[in-house]
Design a protein around this ligand. Structure first.
Ligand code: ATR
Length: 300
């Protein structure tokens, strides 16, 4: 099956006289991928930091992710330096990588590839992006607070390590399927704080939480989660990894259930991109650039 180039390539730094060397090339691979904001985000980062690069989106066939990446590297003739990976290929990317960072290993998934000296490095910047959004942009300090993570699939697994690194008083992982929540908690039991896994109904027996993160795919289907009353503590933050034009179903539910602050995943999207950009270019776009970009993305 042919690999489709989905979008016009977005370029960063431009020379008025056209004398820049060939730009380094990056891409995001997904299926679907047309909705991806990554080309826009990385083009904005490149302009802001003066980096000479192009970033495009590529639709890979569902059974052809590895071939699509290899083709991108070949076509780049040495200029292909890295890629982002989105749904449904993060586990494929994990298997494709020759080397994995510890955080990619913990996440069991890869969202950032670096092509270096013939080898493919796999990293995962999702958890770091979430932590930066919560602690930096939202100024929510999770140390010694109680965190509830809803869901036990790939998205949840990708952020557990970063949540533990915030040094909360407790991390509870609750899922519709109890066994999956317990298994995910057990996978991260080796550190200073062991997360606890349980079913959603068992949350009724728990003290309220200061930070409640939705990592289920229920919002995608427009479904409400069967959550007991009283899970949101006074002053709590509800965070949905998903983002949407309007309020997500989870955030609407959280507002009604007493969450004091609501945030969707747009900040995490921009922050995980900034983390990927830093890996590739050694430069972090300034906070003002990231904030302006979030406002623009929100408005369009
Ligand atoms: P992702 O990669 O997005 O995490 P996934 O691995 O399929 O996708 O995981 C989806 C998560 O959303 C799971 O935790 C799933 O719960 P189950 O393990 O019990 O299936 C959760 N989920 C999806 N729809 C849900 C719903 N309507 N109510 C509650 N949880 C839901």
């Amino acid at each position: 099956m042919p690999i489709t180039r989905q979008l016009i390539i977005e370029c960063g730094a431009q020379s008025a006289h056209g004398e820049l060397p060939s730009p380094d090339r990056y891409a995001v691979f997904g299926n679907p991928v047309a909705h991806s904001k990554s080309p826009r985000i990385h083009a904005a980062f490149a302009r802001a930091t003066g980096e000479n690069l192009c970033y495009e989106s590529r639709l890979a066939p569902l059974d052809g992710f590895v071939e699509a990446v290899r083709q991108f590297i070949l076509e780049g003739e040495g200029c292909a330096k890295g890629a982002n990976v989105t749904v449904p290929f993060k586990e494929d990317a994990f298997r494709l990588a020759d080397e994995l960072t510890p955080r990619a290993r913990a996440a069991g998934a890869v969202n950032t590839l670096c092509f270096h000296e013939g080898r493919i490095w796999g990293d995962n910047t999702d958890g770091a992006g979430l932590a930066r959004d919560i602690a930096g942009n939202l100024a929510f300090f999770a140390a010694d607070r109680r965190i509830l993570l809803l869901g036990a699939g790939g998205a949840a697994r990708g952020v557990v390590e970063s949540l533990l690194a915030l040094s909360p008083a407790a991390l509870v992982i609750a899922n519709r399927g109890t066994d999956k929540a317990k298994a995910l908690a057990a996978a991260f039991a080796g550190g200073a704080l062991a997360p606890r896994g349980m079913g959603l109904a068992a949350l009724a027996e728990e003290p309220a939480f200061d930070l409640v993160i939705n990592a289920t795919s229920a919002s995608l289907a427009g479904e409400a989660l069967p959550l007991p009353a009283g899970i949101f503590a006074a002053g709590s933050l509800a965070y949905d990894l998903m983002y949407d034009k309007g309020e997500t179903p989870f955030l609407a539910q959280a507002r009604e259930d007493g969450a004091a602050r609501l945030a969707d995943g747009l900040g995490m999207l921009v922050e995980q991109a900034a983390e990927s950009f830093f890996l590739w270019r050694g430069k972090r776009p300034e906070a003002a650039v990231r904030a302006a970009l979030m406002r623009q993305l929100r408005a369009t």
